[in-house]
Ligand binder design. Structure first.
Ligand code: NAP
Length: 415
């Protein structure tokens, strides 16, 4: 019996399952996708062709993704009269792994971002954003090749929970009065107010994921980024809880910077993952001036939001920045930029963000060979200076191509 009410699942293919604490991926997994609004359909079509070609080439036709379209945003509103149908949530829940293009967030009071809603309803608690440079891609910095970081941003807490009341509202006044009476806090009467909850549970599961990733992928270290010098019981506690996870759960395979400098002459002993922490503002400076000091980053929701866009700018901008919202197993991979509506339907924008999000998805599924095919082919395409408008305008001697032509060039380069 289908768990869906309005949508009909594909007839072929099987569901990805969670078995014995692991993802069990069949040879023909059903993967739900949302093509997205604005430029979404253009970049989705191009990326899907790349995914299919890579999977077919990597596994000689033995494996194939069975795509299942589900709806959100404008297309959902047109077809079902709602921006985020229940079936879409059910499909992502049921099929475990999915991918999406950018979605419009209608402007207006009371409307929450569809992306934030999806993350919260499915408890996709880690927003993972790898940022690296591809040779040939224009960059505003001298050494973009020094940038190779994976940001793990906490996705379920912090001020993104939307626990806030507007200035002069009855609720804000009540809260202001409450904290004055109970704690003696002086908050201006006409202030808008919000809560910033950060918990050991939320922090530890995020940091655990970052450390596991670092260990499994042979990375050098995990940097905890926080603003704990100012917000001691939220950001500062994030730092404490992060070190606690490292010490209590990974004590034999990690080492803190303190330990390295006191007992190991400043050199990380082999087989140990370095755990260090940085204050958020200094991190922005150091990521720009010495990005090689950073590898995996684990940070809170707001810090992570700012940091990931800032780092992405160093390697070619948001047209190229992939992301994944991941829980222990469930995951939705997504373009990190918006719908760029002025370019909708023009077959113009860079599909790189969705394509590289798909690379993350293939890796999450354990289909690393297909992921590598895409990476290698994209590297080759950039070296040939075949790029979309966003990169062409910054590149000497570029051959500017359409979204679909870029996809064709990448597929041709899979060789
Ligand atoms: P945006 O859609 O990200 O576009 C801003 C600019 O970024 C574009 O004008 C373009 O720059 C560049 N850009 C975006 N996508 C690109 C791509 N694929 N290739 C090359 N360049 C690209 O931001 P916005 O205009 O502020 O937001 C539009 C809508 O998207 C809003 O409804 C917003 O809520 C939504 N949004 C959705 C998501 C999501 O679904 N994850 C994220 C952010 C925003 P140039 O003009 O310089 O060419």
């Amino acid at each position: 019996m289908s768990v869906l009410e309005q949508l009909t699942p594909p007839k072929e293919g099987n569901r990805i399952e969670i078995t014995d604490g692991r993802l069990s991926v069949p040879n023909q997994p059903i993967v739900p996708f949302i093509e997205g609004d604005g430029t979404g359909p253009d970049i989705w079509r191009a990326s899907k062709r790349i995914f299919d070609a890579a999977v077919s080439a990597a596994y000689s036709g033995q494996r194939k993704i069975v795509w299942f379209e589900v709806f959100a945003g404008e297309k959902a509103h047109r077809s079902f009269g709602t921006w985020l149908p229940e079936d879409t949530l059910r499909a992502f829940q049921h099929y475990v792994v999915g991918i999406k293009g950018p979605l419009t967030t209608p402007v207006g009071g009371g409307f929450r971002s569809l992306n934030v809603t999806l993350r919260q309803l499915l408890d996709l608690y880690a927003c993972v954003r790898p940022v690296r440079w591809f040779e040939g891609v224009p960059s505003p910095v001298k050494h973009p090749e020094w940038v190779d970081v994976i940001i793990f941003r906490e996705n379920s807490e912090d001020i993104y929970m939307g626990l806030e009341h507007p200035s002069r509202s009855v609720e804000a006044k009540k809260l202001i009065e409450f904290v004055r009476a109970e704690f003696g806090w002086k908050v201006r009467e006409d202030a808008g107010v919000g809560l910033k909850p950060m918990s050991p549970f939320g922090t530890k599961r995020l940091v655990r994921k970052a450390i596991r990733f670092g260990l499994e992928h042979g990375r050098r270290g995990v940097t905890i980024v926080h603003k704990g010098n100012i917000m001691k019981y939220t950001e500062g506690a994030f730092r404490e809880w992060a070190y606690e996870v490292a010490r209590e759960e990974f004590g034999d395979v990690t080492i803190t910077w303190d330990d390295v400098s006191k007992h190991h002459d400043g050199k990380v002993p082999p087989g140990r993952l370095l755990i260090q922490d940085y204050i958020a503002d200094v991190t922005f400076q150091h990521l720009l001036t010495r990005p090689r000091d950073f590898d995996v980053i684990a940070t809170g929701n707001l810090n992570g939001d700012y940091l990931s866009d800032a780092v992405a700018a160093q390697v070619g901008g948001i047209g190229m920045a992939p992301g994944g919202n991941i829980s222990d197993f469930h995951a939705i991979f997504e373009a990190t930029h918006g719908t760029a509506p002025k370019y909708a339907g023009l077959d113009k924008v860079n599909p790189g963000s969705v394509t590289l999000s798909g690379v993350m998805m293939l890796e999450h599924m354990g289909w690393g060979e297909a992921a590598q095919r895409i990476i290698k082919a994209m590297e080759k395409t950039f070296k040939q200076k075949i790029v979309t408008y966003d990169l062409a305008r910054m590149m000497d001697g570029a051959r500017e191509v359409k979204t679909s032509e870029f996809a064709t060039a990448v597929i041709d380069n899979m060789g």
